[in-house]
Ligand binder design. Sequence first.
Ligand code: SF4
Ligand code: SF4
Length: 179
Amino acid sequence: MQLTNRSKVVVNKEMSLMERLYLPAIAGGMMITLKHFFRKSVTINYPEETRPMAPVYRGWHVLKRDEQGRENCTACGLCAVACPAEAITMTASERKKGEENLYREEKYASVYEINMLRCIYCGLCEEACPKEAIFLTDRLVPSGVDRASFIYGKDKLVEGVEADQRIDIGKRTKAHRKI
Ligand code: SF4
Ligand code: SF4
């Protein structure tokens, strides 16, 4: 019984003189190579060149600061609870007198870590956060060979205080709202 009508009968026929010369087949192959040579390349020279990222791409997280440079995160733990990969851990601490310029709320995360190898970039931490403190960005997490280097602490997650160190999440939030 035949499952399709695409089967071919193999015939062990003698090759003709042209086939035995191989030259027409080589010329045919060269023509195909030449045709592709002048076509627009479909590959890019990554990492020197990168493709545009979708506005909803979810990559390397950022912990945001407010306009006054204070950390938004209040260590409520909702992101960690929402995380299906159990990738987020944190230690909550109480803000001391004189630290009002560093942390927006009385409680803050003295330690905040995301295991980037566990993270599945689902964005649920961002959804769960009531303080607009954590966002996923279009930044790619660099590759590495050392597992420990994928535990991202506050040094890699919290954005800088200066204007040129802020991570723009405007496009992402706008795209997010459209969904
Ligand atoms: S993006 Fe998803 S998996 Fe990654 S830390 Fe946030 S909630 Fe967890
Ligand atoms: S990032 Fe948001 S949800 Fe997570 S602990 Fe901080 S304030 Fe809470």
